[in-house]
Design a protein around this ligand. Structure first.
Ligand code: BES
Ligand code: MN
Ligand code: ZN
Length: 463
């Protein structure tokens, strides 16, 4: 899908008009309409409800218009036009008496579909919105592309998206923006990143584990680091997941997809930062050389970790990356994104990402940026008291703290490897995937978190 063409400047071209109404204004709007329009509205039982719409007859043969219900007709929200653009036929449209504003993004993304594997995809041609704010189009297109990239990567089956494919994707993005990519694999990975190696070593050769680093921007600009969990499939390892729990585990590289898309967004918008993006890519698989429960692995930091459960693999790969990241780059902040725990879904459901941080200012920046773009994050606690849950009898620590506060002990585990540097962790296990179609997103990957962090960086860490 080419997102570039879906929003175009309004130069008075022919287009189908869209009336925007809200519940409050509905009655007076209706009263001002000619009889055939009022009849059509009634026949379609349209009453100005949010995400509802009706097709209206025009004055001349062949002419028609649309009326769409929104929460507040005076200022449109980002998703207000998503469902509408999804259901309308191919053609050009313009809003009457309203500026699309933020809703331009929803207009574009309403047309997102994942059909890489359909031999006969059901595609509707472009639905183009003509707007009076042409200066905003470019940024909207960038955001739409970033969102679509996350969704495509997360929706893609794990058989076709292993660590090698994440590497290829990083290189593709880097090439377009003259960024540098460094990949650590094989013996260098085993020596330098023992936990990433331990998690990924059972996978087939073509899906071998690796650390993917992308660096971009003027080194004099503020350094920021974005880290993604890139488990391209999480079988659970020898502590294998049951079928129902494993079914959607192609999405376990969601954090990496977010990190890649965010990197592309930051680079295309030329934000004045020095960007370090790191992805720990591995498949948590099973074979004779798989990491076992009870194995003890010496981390990059030097402390030993007892593998209590091979299914708690995300925190393992992130531990080595975080230690390396603070050691090598000493960034202003490090943010990691990870589909880390089922426990965060129990705590927050699918409506909010879990936010953990050792830095109140950073946490506030992330949280506020999330509220501003409608991707909410909820701050969760950390604290030394949780450390006793991840004490091991025979190693420096173990990777699981039991069921109580499961997402907190996971974050607490990672915190041991951030060395007190400003760090925020987003547990996106509950928000990365939508199990049903919604006006904001078709069933599948969501990309929830990309616009939050893009906004956070743009608002606080420029030059
Ligand atoms: N990738 C999963 C977490 C997950 C669960 C993401 C559901 C998305 C949806 C993670 O690697 C995992 O398996 N976590 C375990 C940890 C447990 C063994 C301590 C979990 O949450 O059950
Ligand atoms: Mn797991
Ligand atoms: Zn996982």
């Amino acid at each position: 899908m080419r997102y570039d063409d879906l929003i175009q400047p309004d130069n008075g071209q022919p287009a189908t008009p869209i009336h925007i109404v809200d519940k409050n204004g509905f009655a007076s709007w209706l009263a001002g309409q000619p009889d055939p329009v009022r009849t059509a509205v009634k026949a379609q039982k349209f009453e100005g409800s949010v995400n509802d719409s009706a097709i209206l007859p025009g004055d001349k043969p062949g002419e028609w218009s649309v009326v769409a219900g929104v929460a507040d007709a005076s200022v449109l929200g980002v998703w207000n036009l998503a469902k509408l653009s999804d259901i309308l036929p191919e053609g050009s449209y313009r809003l009457l008496d309203a500026d699309a504003g933020e809703a331009m993004l929803g207009w574009v993304l309403g047309q997102y579909r994942y059909h890489e594997y359909l031999s006969e995809p059901k595609v509707t041609g472009a639905r183009v919105l003509l707007v009076r704010e042409p200066g905003k189009i470019h940024n909207i297109v960038l955001q739409a592309r970033a969102t679509a990239l996350v969704r495509d990567l997360v929706n893609r089956p794990a058989g076709d998206l292993g660590p090698d494919a994440l590497e290829a994707e990083a290189k593709r993005i880097a090439k377009a923006h003259k960024a540098d990519v460094t990949v650590t694999a094989g013996e260098a990975l085993e020596a330098g990143f023992p936990l990433i190696h331990a998690v990924g070593k059972a996978a087939a050769r073509e899906h071998a584990p690796r650390l993917i680093e992308l660096e971009w921007g003027d080194p004099r600009h503020p350094r920021i680091a974005i880290v993604g969990k890139g488990i391209t499939f999480d079988s659970g390892g020898l502590d294998m997941k049951p079928a129902s729990g494993m079914r959607l585990m192609k999405k376990d590289m969601g954090g990496a997809a977010h990190a890649l898309a965010l990197a592309e967004l930051i680079m295309s918008a030329h934000l004045p930062v020095r960007l370090h993006m790191l992805v720990a890519a591995a498949e948590n698989s099973i074979s004779g050389n798989a990491m076992r429960p009870g194995d003890i692995v010496k981390s990059r930091k030097g402390i030993t970790v007892e593998i209590d459960n091979t299914d708690a693999e995300g925190r393992l790969v992130l531990a080595d990356v975080m230690w390396y990241c603070q050691e090598k780059y000493d960034p202003r902040f490090m943010v990691d994104l990870a589909t880390l725990t089922g426990a965060i879904i129990i705590a927050l459901g699918h409506e909010r990402a879990g936010l953990f941080s050792n830095d109140d200012t950073l946490a506030t920046h992330v949280k506020e940026a999330g509220s501003a773009v409608g991707e909410k994050a909820w701050r969760m606690p950390l604290g030394d008291a949780y450390d006793k849950q991840i004490k091991s009898d025979i190693a420096d620590m173990k990777n699981v703290g039991g069921r109580p506060g499961g997402s907190i002990t996971a974050a607490q585990f990672i915190q041991r490897f951030v060395n007190g540097k400003p760090w925020a962790h987003l547990d996106i296990a509950g928000t990365a995937w939508s199990s049903k179609d919604a006006p904001t997103v078709p069933k599948g990957a969501t990309a929830y978190g990309v616009r939050m962090l893009d906004r956070m960086v743009a608002d606080h860490y420029e030059g």
